[in-house]
Design a protein around this ligand. Structure first.
Ligand SMILES: C[S@@+](CC[C@H](N)C(=O)[O-])C[C@H]1O[C@@H](n2cnc3c(N)ncnc32)[C@H](O)[C@@H]1O
Length: 173
């Protein structure tokens, strides 16, 4: 497993700017990495959990250290229902998974699909799921898949970068 933590980046800050006013009781940050978004959620939610598949990264959190970290795929280990779930997905379209922090597999769909298959059971009936994807990935396929799983999706923000556009999607029941 890689040691490298994904440092807070353009996509992290893009998500952060769009979720800073969310509040409630239970929040989940899937793929918590450095803990930047988990920590932000801790300001407005009473109980926050972070999960990451990379144990080494969780173990070495430093600047944005948080509690309630669990090493698992998506939310496989959790039975709690959350008011709010955020995920800075590994969304890049790649032929292989060489970097688990960023590589989403075929069409940028393969790894996000695994994450949704696990985590939608953890969203409250009234909850909200926010995730980021990219114009370079097949984001429509991803949104269609989440709809097939029973949620309504809509694009709530876009951010143009030099070579791609980041796309923030909201999914609700
Ligand atoms: C793009 S980084 C985001 C890190 C941090 N949340 C941020 O916004 O800066 C994606 C993170 O997801 C984790 N990850 C990748 N696949 C995962 C999976 N199937 N389940 C849980 N975490 C996963 C990676 O280890 C990495 O820390």
């Amino acid at each position: 497993m890689q040691n490298d933590e994904y440092p807070p980046s353009e996509d992290t800050f893009f998500i952060a700017n769009n979720i800073e006013h969310e509040k409630g009781d239970y929040a989940l940050d899937i793929g918590s990495g450095s803990g930047y978004l988990t920590k932000l959620l801790s300001e407005n939610f009473s109980f926050v959990v972070g999960t990451d598949i990379n144990y080494t990264v969780l173990q070495h959190q430093s600047s944005y250290k948080t509690n309630n970290l669990i090493c698992c795929n998506s939310s496989d280990a959790l039975k709690i229902k959350f008011d709010f779930i955020v995920c800075n997905l590994p969304y890049l379209a790649t032929n292989e998974i060489l970097d688990i922090a960023t590589d989403g597999g075929a069409e940028g769909f393969e790894i996000p699909k695994k994450i949704f298959d696990s985590s939608l059971k953890n969203l409250k009936e009234t909850g909200k799921f926010i995730f980021v994807t990219s114009s370079l990935s097949n984001y429509q396929k991803l949104m269609d898949y989440v709809e097939k799983l029973g949620l309504k999706t809509k694009i709530i923000a876009r951010k143009k970068l030099f070579f791609e556009e980041l796309i923030l999607v909201e999914a609700i029941n």
